[in-house]
Design a protein around this ligand. Structure first.
Ligand code: FAD
Length: 354
C-alpha cells in the first residue's frame, strides 16, 4: 500500500522534529519516519559523560525551551533525550519509529519514499538523517594490521571499559578532546591524544552561545555580500567544557602529533619511535548519512548535495536539514536548526500551494 502525505520527513532527531513543528504550524499533512526505535536521535547513543556545550536555554528547539536542571550548568545527553521525547509528545508529532528509509526516487510529479515498512508518495521530502551513522575514518597506513581494538566515537561509552589499558585517542575536535579528557581524568587508563595539527582550544569563557552568534554573524555577512568573518572556525575548535578544562589544567591533555602508522602491536610515531597500544579510538569526524538519496543522483563535491538554503539544487521537492552549515548556519545544532526548519517548511508550503 502506498500512503500519500503532503510531506515526508526522513529522520526523527532534533532536525526532523523542528521540521515537524513548522510543518504543523503551516497546516501541512506529514509523517516523520525514524529508523531509531525510540525518540532522541543521536543523543541516545552518546557516551556517559557527554554534556552539551551550551546551557539548556540556549539548546532549545522552536516553540519550547529546554528546561534547566538544578545543579547542571550544561545538560547531559540524557537530558536532551528526555527533552526531545517530550517535544515529540507535546506537539503530537506523527513520528513512526523503527522505520528505515532505504531509497527516495522521483515518480512523475511526486517523490517516492521506500522504507522497510512500505512506500510513501509525497509532494515534498525533508531529509534529516544526521551524521551519527556515518563516522569517518581516515586512511592510515597499517590500520588493518593492528591486532588491538579499534573503536569510533560512536562506540565509546565510558573509561571503565578501558581500565588498565593503553589507549590512543585520535582527533583534534570536540569529541577527541572530550573522550581523551574522560579517559585521562578517570586515572585507570594510560591515554595518549594524537592530533593532525595542534589542538585549538577556545577561550574558557566561550561556550555554544558564542559559537552560535559567530555562525549567525558569518551567515549574515555572506548574505549581505560582506567579507567572510570566518565564523566558528575563526574562534578555535575545542570548547573548554568542564572536563576538558580540568584535564587540560592538570596537564593530562597534551596532544602528540598524529602517528605515522599503525603496527600489529601499536603505533609508530613520525620520529620512528613506537608505542604498544591496546586500543585506538577514532574521533575523526562524520559524514552526512545520505545513502537513501542515491537514486536521485544529486551528489556534489565532498559527498554533499548542493543546496540553496535547504533546497536541493537538483531536486526542488527535496530539502536537507541538519548535517552541517551547508544546509543553514548552525543547522546541526539544537538552537540553530529552528531557522532552516522554518524556511524549509515555508518553501514547501509555497511550492505545494502553487
Ligand atoms: P540525529 O540526531 O543523528 O538524528 C537523525 C535521525 O535520523 C536518527 O534518529 C536516525 O535514526 C534517523 N535516520 C538516519 N538514517 C535514516 C534512514 N535512512 N531512515 C530513517 N531514519 C533515519 N549540538 C548542540 O547544539 N550542542 C552541543 O553541545 C552538541 N554537542 C555535540 C557533541 C557531539 C559528540 C556530537 C557528535 C554532536 C554534538 N552536537 C551538539 C551537534 C548536533 O546537535 C547533533 O549532531 C545532533 O544529533 C544532530 O541532529 P539531527 O537531527 O540532525 O541528527
Amino acid at each position: 500500500m502506498t500512503r500519500t502525505p503532503q510531506v515526508v520527513v526522513i529522520g526523527g532527531g532534533q532536525a526532523g522534529l523542528a521540521a515537524g513543528y513548522h510543518l504543523r504550524r503551516l497546516g501541512l499533512g506529514f509523517v516523520i519516519l525514524d529508523a531509531g526505535a525510540a525518540p532522541g536521535g543521536a543523543w541516545q547513543h552518546m557516551w556517559d559523560s557527554l554534556h552539551l556545550f551550551s546551557p539548556a536555554a540556549y539548546s532549545s528547539l522552536p516553540g519550547r525551551l529546554m528546561p534547566a536542571r538544578t545543579g547542571e550548568r550544561y545538560p547531559g545527553a540524557g537530558h536532551v533525550v528526555d527533552y526531545l521525547a517530550h517535544y515529540e509528545k507535546h506537539y503530537d508529532l506523527p513520528v513512526r519509529h523503527g522505520v528505515r528509509v532505504h531509497a527516495v526516487r522521483r515518480d512523475a510529479d511526486r517523490l517516492l519514499v521506500e522504507s522497510d515498512s512500505g512506500t510513501w508518495r509525497a509532494g515534498a521530502v525533508i531529509s534529516a538523517t544526521g551524521t551519527w551513522s556515518r563516522p569517518f575514518l581516515p586512511a592510515v597506513p597499517g590500520r588493518s594490521t593492528f591486532a588491538g581494538r579499534q573503536l569510533r566515537t560512536v562506540n565509546y561509552r565510558r573509561p571503565a571499559d578501558f581500565a588498565g589499558q593503553r589507549v590512543v585517542v585520535v582527533g583534534g575536535g570536540n569529541s577527541g578532546a572530550q573522550i581523551a579528557a574522560d579517559l585521562a581524568l578517570d586515572g585507570r587508563v594510560e591515554v595518549t591524544w594524537a592530533t593532525q595539527r595542534p589542538p585549538r582550544f577556545l577561550a574558557d569563557d566561550i561556550d555554544g552561545r558564542a559559537l552560535f552568534d559567530a555562525a549567525t554573524a558569518r551567515r549574515r555577512a555572506l548574505d549581505a555580500g560582506r567579507s567572510d568573518t570566518g565564523g566558528v572556525a575563526s574562534l578555535g575548535d575545542i570548547v573548554a567544557v568542564p572536563s576538558v578544562r580540568a584535564a587540560r589544567d592538570a596537564q593530562l591533555l597534551t596532544a602528540k602529533p598524529m602517528f605515522a602508522q599503525l603496527t600489529p602491536t601499536g603505533v609508530r610515531w613520525a620520529d620512528g619511535s613506537q608505542s604498544d597500544v591496546d586500543a585506538v579510538i577514532w574521533c575523526t569526524g562524520f559524514r552526512p548519512a545520505l545513502a537513501h538519496l542515491a537514486p536521485l543522483n544529486l551528489r556534489g563535491p565532498r559527498g554533499h548535495i548542493p543546496t540553496d538554503g535547504t533546497r536541493a539544487l537538483g531536486e526542488p521537492q527535496l530539502h536537507l536539514l541538519g548535517y552541517g552549515d551547508w544546509t543553514g548556519a548552525a543547522s546541526a545544532t539544537l538552537i540553530g536548526v529552528g531557522r532552516p526548519a522554518r524556511d524549509a517548511a515555508a518553501q514547501i508550503a509555497h511550492a505545494l500551494s502553487s
